[in-house]
Design a protein around this ligand. Structure first.
Ligand code: ZN
Length: 157
């Protein structure tokens, strides 16, 4: 693993381990395994999904000066923290709708309004709004690391 990516993963890990015990690793997308508190982060998130996430998020919070990277990380933490509120029926319903969205038979705009996505984002919003100074400090440091990575490896799309 590239040294800078490792530093970023460790930095994120230190930050969210203040909230709970989490395992953070670098991947090709933001994702998580809520039952084991494993979170995958990325420096190459798809521009389309970032845009969709941001549009949905900004309708729900007035905090617009935190990066999508940090919001995405906290959204994944939110999945882990809210997983136990979901019953099997809701989990299956969300999975089915996501499959239909992927196949193109339902609009992508539905994605972040699905119960599992919505409660994860709601958790992130609550956390950010209640810990604004802490999150801003983390965010500016994370952005510095991201800038270094992007300038060194020309990853930005
Ligand atoms: Zn999600």
């Amino acid at each position: 693993m590239l040294r800078e990516l490792n530093i970023l993963a460790c930095f994120c890990s230190d930050f969210i381990n203040e909230i709970d015990d989490f395992e953070v690793e670098m991947g090709t997308d933001f994702s998580c395994f809520p039952t084991t508190n494993e979170i995958q982060i990325t420096v190459v998130a798809s521009a389309v999904s970032v845009k969709e996430f941001r549009e949905n998020l900004f309708l729900r919070t007035s905090v617009h000066n935190i990066s999508e990277f940090t919001w995405s990380l906290l959204h994944e933490v939110g999945h882990c923290k809210t997983w136990h509120y979901m019953n099997t029926r809701t989990i299956n319903h969300c999975k089915n709708i996501k499959r239909k969205i992927e196949r193109g038979s339902l609009p992508r705009t539905m994605y972040y309004d699905l119960t599992d996505e919505k409660i994860a984002t709601d958790w992130a919003i609550k956390f950010v709004e209640n810990n604004l100074a802490l999150v801003k400090t983390f965010d500016s440091q994370a952005l510095k690391l991201l800038d270094e990575i992007y300038s060194k490896y020309d990853l930005e799309d």
